[in-house]
Design a protein. Structure first.
Length: 92
């Protein structure tokens, strides 16, 4: 019972909307008012960032040996400068 009431109300609403958008001419033809839709495209330019590299210097560990006496070589840890490439992002 409940489904049929909702169905009848839905059909009545569709008919009311259709009747409001339609009309008849003098010779009996039906004129339907419908929206005119047109799709247009425009071109936009999007600037993308450029990615380059630059050379940077970092200290990396170096392990070597150093003579402490004539018999024993003692390990020594130091640093040396090493060049590495680092990415650089430039905003447009």
């Amino acid at each position: 019972m409940r489904k049929s009431k909702t169905l009848h109300l839905g059909v009545a609403a569709v008919i009311a909307l259709a009747a409001g958008a339609c009309s008849r001419t003098d010779n009996g033809d039906v004129v339907v008012k419908r929206p005119e839709v047109s799709v247009k495209t425009t071109e936009d330019t999007v600037r993308v960032p450029t990615v380059t590299t630059r050379t940077d210097t970092v200290n990396t560990p170096v392990v070597g040996t150093k003579t402490e006496t004539l018999v024993v070589k003692k390990p020594v840890i130091g640093t040396k400068k090493t060049e590495v490439k680092v990415p650089v992002v430039k905003k447009p």
